[in-house]
Ligand binder design. Structure first.
Ligand code: PHB
Length: 397
Protein backbone atom coordinates (compact mmCIF):
# COMPACT_ATOMS: atom_id res chain seq x y z
CA UNK A 1 0.00 0.00 0.00
CA UNK A 2 1.28 3.48 -0.80
CA UNK A 3 -0.13 6.54 0.82
CA UNK A 4 -0.17 10.06 -0.54
CA UNK A 5 2.22 11.36 2.11
CA UNK A 6 2.35 14.98 1.16
CA UNK A 7 -0.92 15.33 -0.67
CA UNK A 8 -2.39 18.69 0.01
CA UNK A 9 -6.10 19.47 -0.08
CA UNK A 10 -7.32 22.98 -0.19
CA UNK A 11 -10.75 24.08 0.84
CA UNK A 12 -13.34 23.34 -1.80
CA UNK A 13 -14.78 26.51 -3.28
CA UNK A 14 -18.33 27.57 -2.50
CA UNK A 15 -19.34 26.65 -6.06
CA UNK A 16 -18.02 23.15 -5.67
CA UNK A 17 -19.80 22.76 -2.37
CA UNK A 18 -23.05 23.93 -3.92
CA UNK A 19 -22.55 21.56 -6.81
CA UNK A 20 -21.85 18.70 -4.43
CA UNK A 21 -24.96 19.63 -2.46
CA UNK A 22 -27.08 19.66 -5.60
CA UNK A 23 -25.73 16.30 -6.68
CA UNK A 24 -26.53 14.92 -3.27
CA UNK A 25 -30.12 16.15 -3.47
CA UNK A 26 -30.89 15.29 -7.08
CA UNK A 27 -28.27 12.78 -8.14
CA UNK A 28 -28.86 9.61 -6.19
CA UNK A 29 -32.51 8.98 -5.72
CA UNK A 30 -31.89 5.25 -5.52
CA UNK A 31 -29.52 5.36 -2.57
CA UNK A 32 -29.32 7.15 0.73
CA UNK A 33 -27.14 10.19 0.42
CA UNK A 34 -23.65 9.38 1.65
CA UNK A 35 -22.48 11.78 4.33
CA UNK A 36 -19.85 14.21 3.06
CA UNK A 37 -16.29 13.51 4.24
CA UNK A 38 -15.38 14.50 7.74
CA UNK A 39 -13.02 17.47 7.52
CA UNK A 40 -9.86 17.00 9.53
CA UNK A 41 -7.51 19.98 9.83
CA UNK A 42 -3.89 19.00 10.39
CA UNK A 43 -1.96 21.87 11.96
CA UNK A 44 1.65 20.71 12.26
CA UNK A 45 5.16 22.06 11.68
CA UNK A 46 6.40 21.45 8.13
CA UNK A 47 9.39 23.77 8.55
CA UNK A 48 11.83 24.55 11.38
CA UNK A 49 13.44 22.44 14.10
CA UNK A 50 10.28 20.30 14.57
CA UNK A 51 9.53 19.69 10.85
CA UNK A 52 10.42 15.98 10.94
CA UNK A 53 8.18 15.51 13.97
CA UNK A 54 5.18 16.99 12.18
CA UNK A 55 5.81 14.76 9.21
CA UNK A 56 5.87 11.62 11.34
CA UNK A 57 2.63 12.60 13.12
CA UNK A 58 0.88 13.11 9.78
CA UNK A 59 2.17 9.80 8.43
CA UNK A 60 0.98 7.97 11.55
CA UNK A 61 -2.47 9.57 11.36
CA UNK A 62 -2.90 8.78 7.67
CA UNK A 63 -1.64 5.23 8.16
CA UNK A 64 -4.41 4.38 10.62
CA UNK A 65 -7.07 5.96 8.40
CA UNK A 66 -5.70 4.07 5.41
CA UNK A 67 -5.73 0.80 7.34
CA UNK A 68 -9.45 1.43 7.87
CA UNK A 69 -10.00 1.86 4.13
CA UNK A 70 -9.73 5.66 4.20
CA UNK A 71 -12.69 5.93 6.59
CA UNK A 72 -13.28 6.18 10.32
CA UNK A 73 -16.62 4.90 11.60
CA UNK A 74 -17.67 4.55 7.96
CA UNK A 75 -17.01 8.24 7.31
CA UNK A 76 -14.54 9.28 4.67
CA UNK A 77 -11.79 11.64 5.85
CA UNK A 78 -10.77 14.79 4.02
CA UNK A 79 -7.57 16.53 5.06
CA UNK A 80 -6.77 20.23 5.29
CA UNK A 81 -3.24 21.30 6.21
CA UNK A 82 -1.47 24.28 7.71
CA UNK A 83 2.26 24.62 8.45
CA UNK A 84 2.40 26.22 11.91
CA UNK A 85 6.20 26.73 11.74
CA UNK A 86 6.29 26.09 15.54
CA UNK A 87 5.68 29.83 15.83
CA UNK A 88 3.33 30.84 18.67
CA UNK A 89 3.01 34.40 17.29
CA UNK A 90 1.32 33.03 14.15
CA UNK A 91 -0.69 30.31 15.90
CA UNK A 92 -4.04 32.04 16.27
CA UNK A 93 -4.09 33.17 12.63
CA UNK A 94 -3.00 29.72 11.50
CA UNK A 95 -5.60 27.78 13.45
CA UNK A 96 -8.31 30.15 12.28
CA UNK A 97 -7.46 29.23 8.68
CA UNK A 98 -8.67 25.76 9.56
CA UNK A 99 -11.59 26.79 11.77
CA UNK A 100 -13.00 29.80 9.89
CA UNK A 101 -11.74 29.41 6.31
CA UNK A 102 -11.86 25.64 5.86
CA UNK A 103 -14.64 24.98 8.36
CA UNK A 104 -13.02 21.79 9.58
CA UNK A 105 -14.90 19.48 11.93
CA UNK A 106 -11.84 18.40 13.92
CA UNK A 107 -8.41 19.97 14.41
CA UNK A 108 -5.39 17.72 14.94
CA UNK A 109 -2.22 19.43 16.18
CA UNK A 110 0.40 20.26 17.07
CA UNK A 111 4.02 19.67 18.21
CA UNK A 112 4.99 22.92 20.00
CA UNK A 113 3.37 23.61 23.39
CA UNK A 114 3.12 27.36 22.86
CA UNK A 115 1.36 26.93 19.54
CA UNK A 116 -0.91 24.25 21.00
CA UNK A 117 -2.01 26.54 23.83
CA UNK A 118 -3.25 29.07 21.25
CA UNK A 119 -4.98 26.25 19.39
CA UNK A 120 -6.73 25.09 22.57
CA UNK A 121 -7.95 28.64 23.18
CA UNK A 122 -9.31 28.88 19.62
CA UNK A 123 -10.88 25.42 19.90
CA UNK A 124 -12.63 26.48 23.10
CA UNK A 125 -13.84 29.80 21.65
CA UNK A 126 -15.24 28.14 18.54
CA UNK A 127 -16.31 24.85 20.21
CA UNK A 128 -14.25 22.91 17.64
CA UNK A 129 -13.03 19.43 18.53
CA UNK A 130 -9.25 19.30 19.07
CA UNK A 131 -6.98 16.26 19.35
CA UNK A 132 -3.38 17.06 20.36
CA UNK A 133 -0.96 14.47 18.92
CA UNK A 134 2.19 15.74 20.65
CA UNK A 135 2.43 19.09 22.46
CA UNK A 136 2.63 18.42 26.19
CA UNK A 137 1.51 21.81 27.59
CA UNK A 138 0.15 20.78 30.98
CA UNK A 139 -2.73 23.28 30.87
CA UNK A 140 -4.32 21.64 27.81
CA UNK A 141 -5.44 18.77 30.02
CA UNK A 142 -5.26 20.93 33.13
CA UNK A 143 -6.71 24.40 33.65
CA UNK A 144 -7.81 24.67 29.98
CA UNK A 145 -9.42 21.22 29.79
CA UNK A 146 -12.73 20.91 27.96
CA UNK A 147 -15.07 18.10 26.91
CA UNK A 148 -14.07 18.45 23.24
CA UNK A 149 -10.27 18.65 23.81
CA UNK A 150 -8.27 15.40 23.85
CA UNK A 151 -4.61 14.41 23.82
CA UNK A 152 -3.14 11.21 22.33
CA UNK A 153 0.42 11.92 23.47
CA UNK A 154 1.50 12.96 27.00
CA UNK A 155 1.63 15.94 29.34
CA UNK A 156 5.02 17.59 29.79
CA UNK A 157 4.89 16.61 33.43
CA UNK A 158 4.76 12.86 32.63
CA UNK A 159 8.15 12.08 31.00
CA UNK A 160 9.84 14.71 33.19
CA UNK A 161 8.47 13.13 36.36
CA UNK A 162 9.39 9.61 35.23
CA UNK A 163 12.97 10.66 34.43
CA UNK A 164 13.20 12.20 37.92
CA UNK A 165 12.17 8.84 39.39
CA UNK A 166 14.91 7.15 37.32
CA UNK A 167 17.59 9.69 38.32
CA UNK A 168 16.79 9.42 42.04
CA UNK A 169 16.71 5.62 41.71
CA UNK A 170 20.24 5.68 40.31
CA UNK A 171 21.38 7.44 43.47
CA UNK A 172 22.29 10.80 41.93
CA UNK A 173 22.13 13.66 44.43
CA UNK A 174 23.06 16.90 42.57
CA UNK A 175 21.44 17.58 39.21
CA UNK A 176 21.52 20.40 36.68
CA UNK A 177 18.80 20.82 34.07
CA UNK A 178 19.05 22.33 30.62
CA UNK A 179 16.28 23.16 28.16
CA UNK A 180 14.61 25.71 25.92
CA UNK A 181 12.86 28.47 27.83
CA UNK A 182 9.23 27.81 26.90
CA UNK A 183 6.30 25.83 28.28
CA UNK A 184 7.52 22.36 27.27
CA UNK A 185 11.02 22.87 28.66
CA UNK A 186 9.86 24.54 31.86
CA UNK A 187 7.11 22.01 32.60
CA UNK A 188 9.27 18.98 31.80
CA UNK A 189 11.98 20.29 34.14
CA UNK A 190 9.34 20.92 36.79
CA UNK A 191 8.15 17.32 36.56
CA UNK A 192 11.74 16.08 36.77
CA UNK A 193 12.49 18.26 39.79
CA UNK A 194 9.33 17.16 41.61
CA UNK A 195 10.23 13.46 41.41
CA UNK A 196 14.00 13.88 41.78
CA UNK A 197 13.71 15.97 44.94
CA UNK A 198 10.99 13.68 46.34
CA UNK A 199 13.52 10.88 45.83
CA UNK A 200 16.21 12.66 47.85
CA UNK A 201 18.06 14.62 45.13
CA UNK A 202 18.52 18.35 44.67
CA UNK A 203 18.45 20.37 41.45
CA UNK A 204 21.30 22.82 41.95
CA UNK A 205 20.76 24.90 38.80
CA UNK A 206 18.38 25.25 35.84
CA UNK A 207 20.01 26.35 32.58
CA UNK A 208 18.05 27.50 29.56
CA UNK A 209 18.14 29.33 26.25
CA UNK A 210 15.38 30.71 24.02
CA UNK A 211 13.54 28.34 21.64
CA UNK A 212 14.78 27.26 19.08
CA UNK A 213 18.38 28.44 19.69
CA UNK A 214 21.18 25.89 19.62
CA UNK A 215 24.17 27.91 20.88
CA UNK A 216 24.94 25.61 23.79
CA UNK A 217 28.64 26.30 24.40
CA UNK A 218 28.41 28.75 27.33
CA UNK A 219 25.93 26.48 29.11
CA UNK A 220 28.08 23.39 28.57
CA UNK A 221 31.03 25.28 30.06
CA UNK A 222 28.94 26.01 33.14
CA UNK A 223 28.03 22.32 33.49
CA UNK A 224 31.71 21.39 33.29
CA UNK A 225 32.51 23.93 36.01
CA UNK A 226 29.74 22.80 38.39
CA UNK A 227 30.29 19.04 37.87
CA UNK A 228 26.81 17.84 38.95
CA UNK A 229 26.14 14.09 39.38
CA UNK A 230 23.76 14.16 36.41
CA UNK A 231 22.31 16.49 33.78
CA UNK A 232 18.65 16.32 32.77
CA UNK A 233 17.81 17.73 29.33
CA UNK A 234 14.67 18.42 27.33
CA UNK A 235 15.31 19.08 23.65
CA UNK A 236 13.66 17.59 20.57
CA UNK A 237 14.00 17.41 16.80
CA UNK A 238 16.88 19.31 15.19
CA UNK A 239 17.79 20.98 18.49
CA UNK A 240 18.17 17.58 20.19
CA UNK A 241 20.52 16.40 17.43
CA UNK A 242 22.78 19.42 17.95
CA UNK A 243 22.66 19.27 21.76
CA UNK A 244 23.61 15.58 22.00
CA UNK A 245 26.47 16.06 19.56
CA UNK A 246 27.75 19.16 21.37
CA UNK A 247 27.53 17.46 24.79
CA UNK A 248 29.63 14.61 23.45
CA UNK A 249 32.10 16.85 21.61
CA UNK A 250 32.65 18.92 24.77
CA UNK A 251 33.89 15.73 26.44
CA UNK A 252 31.11 15.93 29.04
CA UNK A 253 29.67 12.46 28.51
CA UNK A 254 32.70 10.84 30.10
CA UNK A 255 32.34 12.92 33.26
CA UNK A 256 28.69 13.90 33.74
CA UNK A 257 25.94 11.39 32.88
CA UNK A 258 23.18 12.80 30.68
CA UNK A 259 19.53 11.78 31.13
CA UNK A 260 16.62 13.14 29.16
CA UNK A 261 12.97 12.80 28.47
CA UNK A 262 12.91 10.47 25.47
CA UNK A 263 12.49 13.22 22.87
CA UNK A 264 16.23 13.79 23.23
CA UNK A 265 16.88 10.64 21.18
CA UNK A 266 13.57 9.91 19.41
CA UNK A 267 13.53 10.23 15.64
CA UNK A 268 17.08 11.59 15.88
CA UNK A 269 19.41 8.61 16.38
CA UNK A 270 20.64 8.36 12.81
CA UNK A 271 21.61 12.04 12.77
CA UNK A 272 23.19 11.86 16.24
CA UNK A 273 25.37 8.86 15.37
CA UNK A 274 27.82 7.67 18.02
CA UNK A 275 27.18 10.74 20.21
CA UNK A 276 23.83 9.27 21.32
CA UNK A 277 24.78 5.62 21.72
CA UNK A 278 24.05 4.36 25.22
CA UNK A 279 22.03 7.43 26.28
CA UNK A 280 19.20 6.63 28.65
CA UNK A 281 15.89 8.44 28.47
CA UNK A 282 12.32 7.96 29.68
CA UNK A 283 9.25 8.02 27.44
CA UNK A 284 5.88 6.36 26.75
CA UNK A 285 7.25 4.43 23.77
CA UNK A 286 10.25 2.27 22.92
CA UNK A 287 11.02 1.11 19.39
CA UNK A 288 11.54 -2.55 20.20
CA UNK A 289 8.45 -3.25 22.32
CA UNK A 290 7.97 -6.85 21.31
CA UNK A 291 4.19 -7.03 21.09
CA UNK A 292 2.14 -8.17 18.10
CA UNK A 293 0.56 -4.69 18.01
CA UNK A 294 3.86 -2.78 17.88
CA UNK A 295 5.46 -5.23 15.46
CA UNK A 296 2.52 -5.01 13.04
CA UNK A 297 2.47 -1.21 13.28
CA UNK A 298 6.19 -0.84 12.64
CA UNK A 299 6.08 -3.28 9.76
CA UNK A 300 3.20 -1.52 8.04
CA UNK A 301 4.73 1.89 8.68
CA UNK A 302 8.07 0.82 7.21
CA UNK A 303 6.44 -0.78 4.18
CA UNK A 304 4.32 2.29 3.55
CA UNK A 305 6.83 5.06 4.11
CA UNK A 306 10.22 3.34 3.72
CA UNK A 307 11.14 4.78 7.11
CA UNK A 308 11.16 3.59 10.71
CA UNK A 309 8.34 4.68 13.00
CA UNK A 310 9.08 6.74 16.11
CA UNK A 311 7.10 8.11 19.05
CA UNK A 312 5.63 10.91 16.90
CA UNK A 313 4.28 8.42 14.37
CA UNK A 314 2.70 6.47 17.22
CA UNK A 315 1.03 9.59 18.63
CA UNK A 316 -0.38 10.52 15.21
CA UNK A 317 -1.62 6.97 14.69
CA UNK A 318 -3.31 7.03 18.09
CA UNK A 319 -4.91 10.43 17.43
CA UNK A 320 -6.63 8.76 14.47
CA UNK A 321 -7.52 5.73 16.63
CA UNK A 322 -9.08 8.03 19.24
CA UNK A 323 -11.11 9.91 16.63
CA UNK A 324 -12.09 6.54 15.16
CA UNK A 325 -13.32 5.30 18.56
CA UNK A 326 -15.67 8.29 18.69
CA UNK A 327 -16.89 8.01 15.11
CA UNK A 328 -17.52 4.25 15.34
CA UNK A 329 -19.73 4.83 18.39
CA UNK A 330 -22.00 7.21 16.44
CA UNK A 331 -21.68 5.37 13.11
CA UNK A 332 -19.90 8.30 11.54
CA UNK A 333 -22.60 10.84 12.49
CA UNK A 334 -20.48 13.74 13.74
CA UNK A 335 -23.64 15.66 14.66
CA UNK A 336 -23.96 13.25 17.58
CA UNK A 337 -20.95 14.88 19.18
CA UNK A 338 -21.97 14.17 22.78
CA UNK A 339 -22.08 10.46 22.01
CA UNK A 340 -18.74 10.71 20.29
CA UNK A 341 -17.14 12.51 23.21
CA UNK A 342 -18.54 9.97 25.67
CA UNK A 343 -17.03 7.13 23.61
CA UNK A 344 -13.67 8.87 23.31
CA UNK A 345 -13.52 9.53 27.05
CA UNK A 346 -13.94 5.87 27.88
CA UNK A 347 -11.93 4.48 24.95
CA UNK A 348 -9.24 1.90 25.55
CA UNK A 349 -6.73 2.58 22.79
CA UNK A 350 -4.78 -0.43 21.47
CA UNK A 351 -1.64 1.60 20.86
CA UNK A 352 1.74 0.39 19.60
CA UNK A 353 3.06 1.80 22.92
CA UNK A 354 0.74 -0.54 24.87
CA UNK A 355 -2.94 -0.13 25.67
CA UNK A 356 -3.93 3.15 27.30
CA UNK A 357 -7.03 4.87 28.63
CA UNK A 358 -7.64 8.56 29.24
CA UNK A 359 -7.63 10.42 32.54
CA UNK A 360 -10.67 12.49 33.56
CA UNK A 361 -9.00 15.48 31.86
CA UNK A 362 -8.45 13.50 28.59
CA UNK A 363 -4.72 12.77 28.79
CA UNK A 364 -3.26 9.25 28.32
CA UNK A 365 -2.70 7.19 31.46
CA UNK A 366 0.33 5.22 30.36
CA UNK A 367 3.47 3.31 31.25
CA UNK A 368 6.67 5.32 30.92
CA UNK A 369 9.64 3.22 29.80
CA UNK A 370 13.32 3.60 30.60
CA UNK A 371 15.07 3.24 27.22
CA UNK A 372 18.63 3.08 26.00
CA UNK A 373 19.85 4.17 22.57
CA UNK A 374 21.30 1.13 20.79
CA UNK A 375 22.00 1.46 17.08
CA UNK A 376 18.95 3.03 15.42
CA UNK A 377 16.60 2.09 18.24
CA UNK A 378 15.55 3.37 21.62
CA UNK A 379 15.38 0.00 23.35
CA UNK A 380 13.23 -0.71 26.37
CA UNK A 381 15.24 -1.44 29.52
CA UNK A 382 12.48 -1.36 32.13
CA UNK A 383 9.16 0.23 33.00
CA UNK A 384 10.20 3.42 34.81
CA UNK A 385 6.70 4.23 36.10
CA UNK A 386 3.63 2.09 35.51
CA UNK A 387 0.29 3.65 34.47
CA UNK A 388 1.42 7.22 35.13
CA UNK A 389 -1.52 9.63 35.20
CA UNK A 390 -1.01 13.37 34.85
CA UNK A 391 -2.59 15.05 37.92
CA UNK A 392 -4.68 17.28 35.63
CA UNK A 393 -4.14 20.22 37.97
CA UNK A 394 -6.82 22.89 37.61
CA UNK A 395 -9.13 20.90 35.33
CA UNK A 396 -12.84 21.27 36.00
CA UNK A 397 -15.35 19.81 33.60
C1 PHB B 1 6.29 20.60 23.12
O1 PHB B 1 6.55 21.77 22.75
O2 PHB B 1 5.35 20.33 23.86
C2 PHB B 1 7.13 19.48 22.62
C3 PHB B 1 7.86 19.62 21.45
C4 PHB B 1 8.60 18.54 20.99
C5 PHB B 1 8.61 17.35 21.68
C6 PHB B 1 7.89 17.21 22.85
C7 PHB B 1 7.15 18.28 23.33
O3 PHB B 1 9.30 16.32 21.22
Amino acid sequence: MRLPIRLSFSAPSRAILLALGAAAVFGTAQAQTAAPPLKVGLMLPATGTFAALGDMIERGFRLHVQEQGGKLGGREIQYFRVDDESDPSKATDNVNKLIKRDNVDVIVGTVHSGVALAMARAAKDSNTMLIVPNAGADAITGAMCAPHIFRSSFSNWQPGYATGVVAAGKGYKRAMTITWNYAAGQETVKGFTEAFEKGGGKVIKDLNLPFPNVEFQALLTEIAAQKPDVVFAFFAGGGAVKFVKDYDAAGLRRNVPLLGSGFLTDGTLEAQGSAAQGLQTALHYADNLDTPRNNAFRKNFALTFKANADVYAVQGYDAAQLLGAGLVAVKGDFAKRDGMIAAMRKASIDSPRGRFTLSASHNPVQDIYLREAVGKNNEMKAVAVKALADPGRGCRM
